[in-house]
Design a protein. Structure first.
Length: 217
């Protein structure tokens, strides 16, 4: 079993591995930190609530047909929401700070989503200006980046920096989704004001990776 998934099961079941398929079939909620491979999740046949944080991959097919109703994928390398078609029970979807550009799959038909969070993604102009308004009419609680944060995230990606820029109640933050640029995608978030980030992008985007503090071994 993938070590990150195994650690999540240890915390959920409060005991040490190994785990049988019968053990995994009892798990209804799971949190997994920094997995590189999630193929083992297809064994969790009763899984209803899943949190993936810092997922370094992009393949979500192992989740197909699981009874997941609430899915969070945070600061990860996921680039598509097409997988929602394979999760008929899904009603809450949080995918903040990923690599998602198109979201037509969310508006293809009215799924009855109660919550959708798209904050910090480099959504295309079509997605932001045409699909998001459709979702606002259908989703009880929809969260997307403000226009300035969204445009700065788009600029970062256009500069070859697959980073995310977002705002929360504590300020503005720059982060590095997935595992390509940091070992701690959930923790290595740097506070920076929009004017500051824009100034660096105007001057030299290659300076941006060096703005993050370097952690010792």
């Amino acid at each position: 079993m993938n070590p990150a998934i195994e650690r999540g099961v240890e915390l959920q079941l409060q005991r040490d591995p190994p785990f049988t398929d019968e053990d995994l079939s009892t798990v209804e909620a799971l949190a997994v930190q920094r997995p590189t491979d999630i193929s083992d999740l297809r064994r969790f046949t009763s899984l209803r609530v899943l949190l993936l944080s810092g997922y370094g991959g992009d393949d979500l097919h192992p989740l197909a047909d699981l009874p997941i109703s609430a899915l969070s994928i945070e600061v990860s390398a996921v680039s598509s929401v097409a997988f929602v078609a394979e999760l008929p029970s899904l009603r809450r979807l949080k995918v903040p700070n990923n690599m998602i550009t198109e979201i037509d799959a969310l508006a293809a038909y009215d799924r009855g989503f109660r919550e959708v969070d798209l904050t910090g993604n480099p959504l295309s102009d079509h997605a932001y200006h045409e699909v998001v308004p459709v979702l606002r009419e259908r989703v009880a609680e929809l969260r997307v980046s403000g226009e300035r944060e969204w445009r700065l995230t788009r600029r970062l990606h256009a500069s070859g920096l697959p980073f995310a820029y977002y705002r929360n109640d504590r300020g503005y933050w720059l982060c590095r989704p997935g595992l390509e640029h940091t070992d701690m995608p959930s923790a290595d978030h740097m506070g920076i004001e929009p004017d500051q980030l824009e100034a660096v992008l105007d001057r030299d985007p290659t300076e941006i990776p060096g703005l993050f503090p370097v952690h010792g071994p």
